[in-house]
Write a protein that binds this ligand. Structure first.
Ligand SMILES: [Zn+2]
Length: 466
């Protein structure tokens, strides 16, 4: 006999009630959950309540007495901050897993940046970026930094921004010109127009950053971070994310930037593999942020291929985590957390093996901190998101802790980091708005999306690079 599960119907009625209220006059009370706040002062709250008022978390605690809220019984679930992705190239999503056994960076660059990228139209930028953002939401990523490095024309940039807007994700559009092929040369000047058009308010879902490469090695000097690009960012009052930071040339660049005053909390260095001790010292002293990409470092083989978590921590930098390229990697944060946790502990034990030293191991709490609060700090959004702290925006996950793979709940942080995946995420709220509910991403017409994604993929892979 099949026992009917009545919860979906009840939950749908709850969602309907939530959505029937205007966003700014809506109060949602989650009750009876294990609340993993990731706020150092609040810790984990057993059988707790959390109140969302409009777009903001206004209270976390026990037995909150709220009169006019829509009550969501969250018994048997974990409430977690949404994950924060500090770097991914979202436009490539329709090419996902097209080179699962990529040999090295050269292989990736030639196929993707010197190949497929050069035939992308604005609609392909839109399709890829939207697909990446929806997939991120499905797997609990509520903030995604889109390192959009195929801005061949203004229309390409507009399409990428519009895709973020249309999904409701907390998006960071990090804009960079393309590496190869013909393009309008509108970047970085076009950042001024983008800012005026899409990013004029300080209190909005999307933010803008300048994106650059560390050195001229891959694509020449125009894309390399230095005094000129730094002054563009400074004039606009935006942060900078620098990709392809690895090896000797990047280490020398880091020292030049430090000397020129071009590092600081508003600058993120991505990967940071194989850097010298002097470079790390300069990064630590300037409060520069770091975005690790644990699976791409290993999979694509960037310099040492080892995610630089120990080096970052030794320099006093708590890093964020990132997905990078779906062409050869998984799309979700659970994979990043588990890969980093495993690799770091393997290294720590291996280094101490045969000695009297105690291995210096990171914990599941460290990894979840990197994936949430530190990611928010890395993206320049520490006051907005990354923890379930009253006053921050309501970017949160409801994770079922009584599913086949998550029961019984013995340690909520261990369950999130080691035992959960996208299937356990029952609901995702971004800025107080439900974006996934009852295990389904909302407002997505999957058959239509499939048709669009296939058509774009077919166009991109079948059109010869000029
Ligand atoms: Zn990258």
């Amino acid at each position: 006999m099949i026992v009917p599960d009545t919860r979906p119907t009840a939950a749908d009625a709850t969602l309907a009630r939530i959505r029937s209220l205007p966003a700014d006059r809506r109060r949602i009370l989650f009750t009876g959950a294990t609340i993993v706040t990731m706020d150092p002062a609040l810790g984990v709250i057993d059988r707790g309540d959390l109140l969302v008022d409009g777009d903001t978390i206004t209270a976390v605690g026990h037995h909150l007495d709220v009169a006019d809220a829509v009550v969501v019984d969250a018994t048997g679930t974990i409430l977690s901050p949404g994950f924060v992705d500090t770097h991914r190239h979202a436009w490539e999503a329709q090419l996902r897993r097209i080179m699962p056994d990529v040999d090295d960076l050269g292989g990736y660059v030639m196929a993707t940046l010197a190949g497929y990228a050069t035939v992308y139209r604005p609609e392909d930028m839109y399709t890829g970026t939207r697909l990446a953002a929806l997939t991120a939401i499905d797997s609990g990523i509520t903030t995604m930094l889109d390192f959009s490095h195929n801005s061949r024309t203004r229309d390409h940039s507009d399409a990428a921004v519009q895709a973020l807007l249309d999904t409701g994700i907390r998006g960071v559009h990090a804009s960079m010109g393309p590496h190869f092929g013909t393009w309008d040369q509108q970047w970085p000047g076009d950042l001024t127009r983008l800012k005026d058009r899409y990013f004029s308010s300080d209190d909005q879902l999307l933010t803008l950053r300048l994106a650059a490469l560390a050195t001229a090695e891959i694509a020449g000097p125009a894309l390399a971070y230095g005094p000129e690009l730094a002054s563009v960012a400074e004039d606009l009052g935006i942060g900078v994310s620098v990709d392809a930071v690895f090896g000797t040339a990047s280490s020398e660049a880091v020292l030049r930037w430090a000397e020129g005053g071009l590092l600081g909390p508003d600058v993120t260095l991505i990967h940071s593999t194989g850097l010298t001790a002097e470079a790390w010292k300069a990064m630590g002293e300037t409060g520069t942020t770091v975005a690790l990409a644990p699976t791409s470092d290993a999979q694509i083989g960037l310099e040492t291929a080892i995610p630089a978590v120990d080096e970052a921590l030794a320099a006093g930098i708590r890093p964020g985590l990132s997905i990078d390229v779906e062409v050869a990697l998984a799309s979700d944060m659970f994979t990043q957390m588990r890969a980093l946790h495993t690799v770091q502990r393997m290294r720590a034990v291996n280094a101490a093996h045969g000695t009297d030293r105690r291995p210096s191991r990171i914990t599941t709490h460290d990894v979840l901190d990197f994936a949430t609060l530190q990611g928010a700090r890395t993206n320049g959004l520490a006051d907005t998101t990354g923890s379930l702290t009253p006053g921050k925006k309501a970017d949160l996950l409801v994770v079922r802790a009584e599913d086949l793979n998550t029961m019984p709940l013995n340690d909520p942080i261990g369950t999130l980091v080691l035992g959960s995946d996208a299937r356990n995420i029952s609901a995702v709220l971004i800025n107080g708005e439900p974006r996934k509910w009852n295990g389904q991403v909302l407002d997505v017409d999957l058959p239509t999306l499939r048709t669009e994604v296939r058509a774009s993929r077919d166009y991109v892979v079948n059109t010869p690079a000029p």
